[in-house]
Write a protein that binds this ligand. Structure first.
Ligand code: GGG
Length: 326
């Protein structure tokens, strides 16, 4: 069986780390047909539209999508692409690897981020010259779907339960509903939960990341707190992600387009390669995903490493070392 994969490198270093992930996928004993499609700021400059309809349709019809990075037009690119694959949760593991100089080497967390609503629902307006508004949307149905996924995730992965990060003491109606619904679903399924105010979480996770394991968050909180966790494990180049839907998924590094280093050939491809590992696991090839992770672990431990990790390897140098190990 050959899987059809939409490949959308996007902007900036997405153009460099996505080929790295493809090289790794091509080294696996799984058959893929890659179908590349365009999106991003550079496409908007040429055509006025950052996300051509054919790219959206490709993501909506292939087995999975590999995405690189979005730039200034992230809201018009990555949010609709997540919708195209029907994703309701963004899984973001934040783990420190031996060999990487991490602020908190004991970190091993997974964020399960709500992926369809919150402040990312897109209801923003400029009302007057002085006033802009944003409507935050939280539904019981999206919160329930996320919670059900979280319950299955902790059961499959042998976790003790999960932590709900929220700000229900201030956003009483929206985060109140989120907290109440997620807790209710977990109770129904016999899954242990605790909860933490998201601002307190930001401090506590820096002081002691081992106090947390699986963290379930509203959309924006998941985006921000996982970037914070990237700072604990060696930087944004280390965090992969899976946007999971019921039938398909979109896999992307957590980092953005990094215009400061784009084009220099030194971007860290680890987040993109680990995202590719999550893609093959999503397709049911757990062994292949594990092989990729083991190869990456070996390279991070022994080198070569890219400059963000204190080394002097290029993107292709690190990628070739992973492929050699595979
Ligand atoms: N590959 C991830 C990416 O391009 N991130 C840019 C960004 O702004 N993302 C917002 C989000 O993840 O919701």
């Amino acid at each position: 069986m050959s899987y059809e994969i939409a490949v959308v490198p996007g902007d900036g270093i997405g153009q460099e780390v996505t080929p790295a992930a493809l090289e790794v996928l091509s080294a696996l004993p799984v058959e893929f047909t890659f179908r590349e499609a365009r999106a991003g700021d550079h496409v908007a400059e040429e055509t006025g539209d950052p996300l051509p309809a054919e790219t959206y349709e490709l993501a909506a019809s292939t087995d999975a999508t590999l995405f690189g990075a979005a730039g200034e037009r992230a809201a018009d690119v990555i949010l609709p692409l997540r919708e195209a694959v029907g994703s309701f949760v963004n899984v973001r593991p934040a783990r420190a690897y031996p060999g990487v100089d991490a602020l908190r080497p004991e970190t091993d967390l997974v964020f399960l981020r709500e992926n369809t609503e919150g402040v990312y629902a897109g209801h923003e307006s400029r009302l007057t010259d002085d006033v802009s508004t944003l409507t935050r949307v939280v539904t019981g149905s999206a919160s329930r779907q996320l919670a059900a996924f979280a319950c299955e995730y902790v059961a499959d992965g042998d976790h003790d339960g999960f932590t709900i990060a929220h700000k229900a003491n201030v956003m009483r109606e929206t985060d109140g509903r989120f907290l109440e619904t997620v807790r209710e679903v977990a109770d129904e399924r016999g899954v242990d939960t605790d909860d933490v105010l998201m601002d307190a979480f930001a401090t506590q996770v820096c002081l002691d990341p081992t106090a947390f394991d699986v963290v379930v968050c509203p959309n924006l909180a998941g985006d921000v707190l996982s970037d914070l966790a990237a700072g604990l494990v060696g930087g944004l180049g280390m965090l992969p992600s899976a946007n999971v839907g019921t039938e398909r998924g979109l896999f992307e590094p957590v980092h953005g387009s990094a215009p400061d280093i784009a084009g220099e050939g030194v971007a860290n491809p680890v987040a993109a390669i680990l995202s590719a590992a999550m893609l093959v696991e999503f397709l049911g090839h757990e062994d292949a995903g594990e092989r990729v992770r083991t190869a990456v672990e070996g390279v991070l431990a022994d080198g070569p490493r890219t400059p963000d990790l204190g080394g002097d390897a290029s993107t292709t140098g690190l990628t070739d070392a992973v492929v050699d190990r595979l």
